[in-house]
Design a protein. Structure first.
Length: 172
């Protein structure tokens, strides 16, 4: 143990500092300013899995790592739809989740923003003509923006969230 510690002290830090893009950081700062001006706080997102294969959930979870730094941009996930500004919905809507999705949507305060993630959320995917599926999310609740892909990359999800918020800010 002491050998490992002494080697660490002798060697020091070997990693290089990250090269942050100034264009990306200015876009994040602009979004944070817009969010603060409109909401007066962080953007709160409620995620709903309406019957997905969990591929999209893995990509959404990647947004929490230090590379994407979702919390640093002023966006956070909340447990209650009553505290949410935006619904992030994944998967085709299964028959068993239809009523729960409608209730969640009803619990979100106005103005309601909904983002459909993935091909299944956008058009129902391969489950569109199934007895157990209601198809796309737009068949059940109104959708403001869809992010295509199976699953979409975390950067595409983040860009879709930014685009939805920006369009809502412009409309307000």
């Amino acid at each position: 143990m002491f050998d490992v510690l002494s080697r660490m002290v002798r060697t020091g830090i070997l990693t290089e500092p990250s090269q942050a893009s100034t264009q990306a950081s200015s876009a994040v700062r602009t979004l944070q300013t817009d969010l603060w001006n409109i909401l007066g706080r962080a953007l709160c997102i409620r995620h709903v899995d309406a019957g997905s294969c969990n591929g999209c959930e893995l990509e959404i979870q990647a947004l929490h790592n230090p590379y994407y730094n979702l919390e640093g941009t002023g966006i956070q996930f909340v447990a209650s739809p009553r505290h949410a500004d935006l619904l992030l919905v994944t998967g085709p809507v299964s028959a068993n989740m239809e009523e729960a999705l409608k209730r969640t949507y009803a619990a979100v305060p106005d103005p309601k923003l909904v983002v459909a993630i993935g091909d299944c959320g956008a058009c129902g995917g391969i489950f569109v003509r199934s007895y157990a599926s209601r198809g796309s999310i737009a068949n059940v609740i109104p959708v403001n923006h869809t992010i295509p892909g199976c699953p979409p990359a975390p950067a595409a999800i983040l860009a879709g969230i930014f685009e939805t918020v920006r369009s809502a800010i412009v409309e307000a």
